[in-house]
Design a protein around this ligand. Sequence first.
Ligand code: FAD
Length: 409
Amino acid sequence: MLKEISEQTKEFKNKLETFMETEIYPNEKKYEEQLSEREQRWHIPPIMEELKAKAKDQGLWNLFIPDKEYGPGLTNYEYAYLCEIMGRSLIAPEVFNCNAPDTGNMEVLMKFGTEVHKDKWLKPLLNGEIRSCFSMTEPDVASSDATNIQSSIVRDGDEYVINAKKWWSSGAMDPRCKIAIVMGKTDPNAARHEQQSMILVPFDTEGVELKRHLPVYGFDHAPHGHSEVHYNNVRVPASNLLYEEGKGFEIAQSRLGPGRIHHCMRAIGAAERALDLLCERADKREAFGSKLADKGVIREVIANARVKIEQARLLTLHAAHKIDTEGAKAARKEIAMIKIAAPRTSIEVIDEAVQVFGAAGVTEDFPLAEHWANARTLRIVDGPDQVHLRDIGRLELREKFGKREEKQH
Ligand SMILES: Cc1cc2nc3c(=O)[nH]c(=O)nc-3n(C[C@H](O)[C@H](O)[C@H](O)COP(=O)(O)OP(=O)(O)OC[C@H]3O[C@@H](n4cnc5c(N)ncnc54)[C@H](O)[C@@H]3O)c2cc1C
């Protein structure tokens, strides 16, 4: 049986749904138009700041933070209901200051930042005044295995010197991006999982070079964008190191736990929106003498989509509940399972919606194409499918036969 959500969460849910109907959907086109008004799209459409102010005013702000010191203190289970609603629109998460990668970066700063880090970086992030990026992935090595990360972070007196070639740093193109969390090796000779550290790099530091922008299936994701970033002999104070040398993996794990399921929650919201659009279109459009909605094959598509979405949602809620009650480590199989199921469901449902829209589905007149491209990346980000499948298989066998020597990675 599903656990009841609190009155507070119900209230957030109602407010959020109303906000989506009255403020988000009607302004999606405006946001795009304002972005395209200038020759280059790397600027903030004024409607975004207007919407953020309204959301903040209504208390729909930083809902992802379980810690009461910084946010409303919702559990992962409760937040799942809200995050799904935000996932219905690609512009919504930022409006509520609940967008990746800032959410994960804020979590890192809350957990591992010093008072100085918090004052300088966490506060403006919590207020939505600046943005941040997370630089872990490198073009030259298989970064799904983070032990491969080659970047160097070398201590030199009161400073660290960073040399790193990173790519897919999401948000790096945003003119408001002021801080990066960079992962690299402080000790290449330490034990495999103790070589890496994380360090804060203010984006205006000399040597930080935005090398090129990386579109996703042709979508620029402006004004945030993903970028190849090179850190060339970048010097920062030694106090910018997060937690301790050699703790990069530990920080990455804690960052990825909740972040992974946030992606899944949003993916379900995107699928639900696609199904809404599919049904509306099928109910309006006629071909070969009847509405699409009255044709058996289309009803089967609708029915299958509903079945898949419900399955994925229940698994997400189950994973979220397990994180809340037993911790992220105990829930790692559930997190891996939903990281497999939710993106696939989302991709399949959006793809069926595109099909029902016909040629219109692949245009930018409707949000389906961009949602599809976004959902497709979720099978790669935060651990590609194969890594999660490996973990699920390993845990399943361990549960059945006990721990055994692992030869295959
Ligand atoms: C839109 C987008 C946003 C991103 N944002 C960020 C960001 O903000 N910061 C950041 O640091 N990175 C980001 N990334 C990068 C992302 O996290 C990496 O792409 C991901 O971790 C995979 O690393 P890789 O691309 O090096 O793939 P590789 O490690 O080269 O893996 C390639 C493929 O190898 C296969 N494979 C890997 N391991 C196994 C295994 N054990 N068994 C069998 N097959 C396997 C899988 O099919 C996998 O997809 C982003 C990527 C995208 C597309």
